[in-house]
Design a protein around this ligand. Structure first.
Ligand code: PEP
Length: 250
């Protein structure tokens, strides 16, 4: 049985107080979902400490949305993996398409971030996914294969066993367009085959989350697919009822 995970990417939304209220709201509603579902929330850096504090003893894990590709030093505006770990951050999202697109993240920077995340005891949620023109050109299988090979294939087995993958087609993120459950299953199964090429049977245990306009009304259909192990949720993660509504799909 693979882990079932619903993770919220709050992006650049909420104030620290709103973030604390949100996590408390999620904690209150958590009794309505299967205890088999793991919940993770990823607030902005400024709220990590207070959200981690508010999430204590709720069973909700907290992650960051990014970390620096250097250990420490003269990198104005960056936040190091070590700093995140020092305040008990558990997860870190790496390679989100918005970071790749707007902040020029490349395989090289992502390899550094991944290595630093693991070296400091953070568990990465690594995002892959094709842009619309790549899907229209039938390149989506190759695009995600490359995004996996150039970063995930550099991990050792121990690191790989801690990894979560999120498949997020860029054309579905924040657009209201969702991949069909069949499209999601097809590419999740492909991702698992690619992972198995390198890591063998261990790939059977890797949680592969779907992300892209996932909401309470479409989560059940997506999560019913064999290789869809949960979701990385953007917009719908900003309301406790919606986030829990998605987790209820399991
Ligand atoms: C995301 O950016 O990780 C995401 C899935 O966003 P949304 O759910 O808003 O499409």
């Amino acid at each position: 049985m693979r882990r079932k995970i619903v993770a919220g990417n709050w992006k650049m939304n909420t104030t620290p107080q709103e973030g604390v209220n949100l996590v408390k709201g999620i904690a209150e509603l958590k009794k309505d979902i299967c205890s088999c579902v793991e919940l993770i929330v990823c607030p902005p850096f400024t709220h990590l400490s207070c959200v981690i504090n508010a999430a204590k003893e709720t069973g909700i894990a907290v992650g960051a949305q990014n970390c620096a590709d250097h250990e420490s030093g003269a990198y104005t505006g960056e936040v190091a993996a070590k700093m995140l770990k020092s305040i008990d951050t558990e997860y870190v999202i790496l390679g989100h398409s918005e970071r790749r697109q707007y902040y020029g993240e490349t395989a090289e920077t992502l390899n550094s971030k991944m290595a630093l995340a693991f070296a400091n005891g953070l568990k990465p949620i690594y995002c892959v996914g094709e842009r619309l023109e790549q899907r229209e050109a039938g390149q989506h299988f190759d695009v995600v294969k490359q995004q996996i090979e150039e970063v995930v294939f550099n991990l050792n087995e121990e690191q790989f066993s801690q990894l979560i993958i999120a498949y997020e087609p860029v054309w579905a993120i924040g657009t209201g367009k969702t991949a069909t459950a069949e499209q999601a299953q097809e590419i999740h199964a492909h991702i698992r085959r690619v992972l198995a090429n390198k890591f063998g049977v261990a790939a059977q245990d890797t949680p592969i989350l779907y992300g892209g306009s996932c909401k309470p009304s479409n989560a059940a259909e997506l999560f019913a697919k064999e290789d869809v192990d949960g979701g990385l949720i953007g917009g719908a993660a900003l309301k406790a009822e919606d986030f829990i509504g998605i987790a209820k799909a399991f």
